[in-house]
Every structure is written in C-alpha cells, then in structure tokens.
Design a protein around this ligand. Structure first.
Ligand code: SF4
Ligand code: SF4
Length: 391
C-alpha cells in the first residue's frame, strides 16, 4: 500500500479511535473506576436553635465531618449552637464549601496523580532533547504523539489534564466559592511550562491535544498535502472569537446556574468511555472527524486552557522565531505550519500571533535552518524581505 492513501488514512483513523476507546475501558477498570468528579452537596436543612449535633443528624453528616467543618475540639462542642457560626446563609456557604473540598479530595486518585506529573516532566524533557537535535521526521513526530496520548490518556486517564485545571477551578468556585489547592498547584505547573517553553504541554503532553494532532497528521502527506479532502486553516480572528465567547458563556452559566456546559461534550472523556454519554459520544465522533481537516479544533475553538495558554505564551521564554539573516523567504514554513501562526509571524503581525503549539513542523521544512526554538526574541522581518506575502 502507498505510504499515504485515503484507504490507509481511513483505516488508521478507525484503528486509533477503536484502540483509544477499547484500551481506555480496560484501563479505567484496572484503576478501579474511581470517580474523579466531585459529588455535589444537596440542599442543607438549617433550623433556628439547632445544635451542631442536630444539624449533623438532619443532614446526615457524621461527627468527623462536623468536626472538620466547624473546627470542633471535643465531643461536647457538638452541643454548640449552630447560630454561633453565622447566619443561615453563612453556615450554608461554609458547609457547602467544606463538603465540596472534601468531595474533590476524595474523588482524586492520589497514587496516579504524582506518577502522571513525574512522567509528564520526564516525557517533555525527553521530547525537548530529541527535538533539539533537529532530527525530527514526520514518522518520529507521529510516534511521539501516539506515545503521549497512550501514556497520559489511555493508561493514566482523563484526569488530571491541563484543561481540567482551568475548567474545574472556575466551576468549583462558581458553585461552592472555594478553591481546591492541589488543582491550583497543577495549574501553576502547567502555566509555568507555558512560560518556560511555549505551549509545550499542549504540544506534547496533553492527552486530548496530542490525539487531535495525530489525527490531523494522518490525513497529511510529508509535503503537507491532504490525503482526503482539504485541510483548512481557519482564520485566527474567527477561532479566537468563538473561543473567547465560549469561555465567557461557560463562566456565566457556571456562576448563574451552576451548570458545567463543557461536561456533556468534554473530549477528554474519550479516555473515560463509560462517562461519555450520547452527547459526548456524538461530539467526540464529530470532533475526531473534524481533526482530519482542521488542526486541533478543540484547542482553537473551545478549550479554556487553550485560551489562557495563548495569553501566557506571549511571555514564553523559549519559542519559535525566525533568523532573517539566513531566511531566504521561500515561505515553506508558513505553508507547512498546520495553522496560521507562521504566516502571522512572517507578516510582521506582532499583536495577533495565534497559538503556536511548538510542533516543529516549520523548523523541519526550512531549507536553511533559519527557524529556532530558543530564548532569542522574535524580530520583525526586514521591510520588503518577502517579495509577496507568505501564506
Ligand atoms: S489547548 Fe488543546 S492541547 Fe492545550 S489543554 Fe486544551 S485540549 Fe489540551
Ligand atoms: S509549524 Fe512552527 S509556527 Fe506553526 S505551530 Fe508548529 S512550531 Fe508553531
């Protein structure tokens, strides 16, 4: 069979989706199917003159939980008046917040999380070293992307994820007015990676991002031509407007009604097939198909971390830049770039540089090694450097 053919692309696409769903089902069983979503505390019954002990009985809260919530020192404290802790609204907020934090804590797999972060660091560092040697080939890149989502998605599961740190933090705060400290630490770690090396975590570590990336590349020849149909570069003004609007909508709905509008279509649930549901399965199917024709549609159109990471990458220490001394203005990098980033960089467009996923495709095709992934600042191309506008 030819190296790239429509039949091979279609077969590889189906194989990967079936493999991910099949093995994720097995993996979830092995990890014990521990629920990682937090349980929502129901409506609390608070009556005038209630003691803490009575409050516990009515709301089915055991003594150790009451002790934790109200900071009780001994059993006699259970007879304290509930009103001593504030108004009905304040007590409800206190209890709901503490219960939400306890549910978050109980819902996490504390064995898996440190393993996953340790492997993330080791994996990203290895990719960085590998790519720094400038020996990247499309085959090698596909192998790394495959290894990434198999490890961080299929084997280690949907949680934690870069997106979850932003989405769940907003939703938890909106519904319970609390912040879950371990999640904030994870968010800081992910953002620190963005500050250090562009969207490296999205490029090579995110389980949803690497899967989308590989599906896109299945439908591409080494010369960046589509195998089936056409691959489209959507204008950044359009994708980013949709992403901002979706982020605002998600936040507004979470604060006004407590609903999580991402949850029913969360693409990370492909690694938790039992939780997908009908809407999730339909959306995951459509998104996977879209990946063949558009580069990382979820990242560009919907992902909250994608948006936050795009803002942060403006100050990244290490990022893609072009050395215009050796650049011969052939435009091959912009043509090969799966999105509109390299075109924007070459167009002297400093304000609206789209998300760069540090995928190295541009660097790989440059005939004069003029593209760097380094701490050197991006400079503007000299006026008139490009005879005609790059793609
Ligand atoms: S932008 Fe894409 S790669 Fe980054 S966290 Fe979101 S889904 Fe993952
Ligand atoms: S091809 Fe280059 S500019 Fe385009 S996303 Fe990849 S690394 Fe960034």
């Amino acid at each position: 069979m030819a190296k790239h053919s429509p039949l091979k692309t279609a077969a590889s696409f189906i194989f990967i989706i079936v493999l991910v769903i099949g093995l994720s089902t097995v993996s979830n069983r092995i990890w014990g199917g521990r629920p990682e979503a937090s349980a929502k505390p129901g409506e609390l019954v608070i009556e005038p003159g209630m003691t803490i002990a009575r409050f516990g009985q009515v709301n089915e809260l055991p003594d150790p939980v009451l002790k934790e919530i109200f900071g009780l020192e001994n059993k006699a404290d259970l007879q304290k008046e509930l009103q001593a802790y504030g108004s009905t609204g304040q007590i409800a907020a206190l209890v709901k917040g503490k219960l939400a934090l306890a549910a978050e804590h109980a819902g996490k797999n504390w064995i898996k999380i440190p393993i996953k972060f340790g492997l993330w660091f080791a994996f990203l560092a290895s990719v960085f070293i590998l790519m720094a040697r400038r020996k990247v080939t499309p085959g090698l890149r596909n192998g790394v992307l495959f290894a990434s989502f198999m490890l961080f998605g299929v084997i280690l599961g949907a949680d934690p994820s870069p997106m979850g740190t932003v989405k769940d933090a907003i939703h938890l705060y909106a519904t319970s007015h609390v912040i879950f400290p371990p999640r904030m630490i994870a968010l800081v770690v992910f953002l620190a990676i963005v500050l250090l090396a562009n969207k490296y975590i999205c490029a090579w570590g995110c389980q949803a991002g690497t899967l989308q990336d590989l599906l896109f590349r299945l439908n591409r020849t080494d010369q960046a031509k589509a195998v089936i149909g056409r691959q489209i570069k959507l204008p950044f003004a359009l994708t980013n407007t949709i992403r901002c609007a979706f982020f605002l909508l998600f936040t507004l709905v979470a604060f006004s009604s407590g609903l999580d509008i991402i949850d029913p279509i969360d693409p990370f649930k492909i690694y938790k097939p039992a939780d997908l549901g009908l809407s999730g399965a339909l959306f995951a199917g459509m998104l996977s198909l879209a990946c063949l024709f558009v580069y990382r549609p979820w990242c560009h159109l919907f992902c909250p971390f994608g948006l936050v990471g795009w803002l942060m990458e403006k100050t990244s220490l290490v990022r893609i830049s072009v050395d215009y001394e050796s650049c011969i203005a052939c435009g091959k990098c912009a043509a090969a770039c799966p999105s509109t980033v390299m075109g924007a960089i070459l167009k002297r467009d400093r304000k609206t540089i789209p998300d760069c996923f540090a995928c190295y495709t541009c660097r790989e095709v440059c005939p004069t090694a003029a593209i760097r992934f380094s701490t050197r600042r991006r400079t503007l191309p000299p006026a008139g450097h490009f005879g005609k506008s790059p793609q």
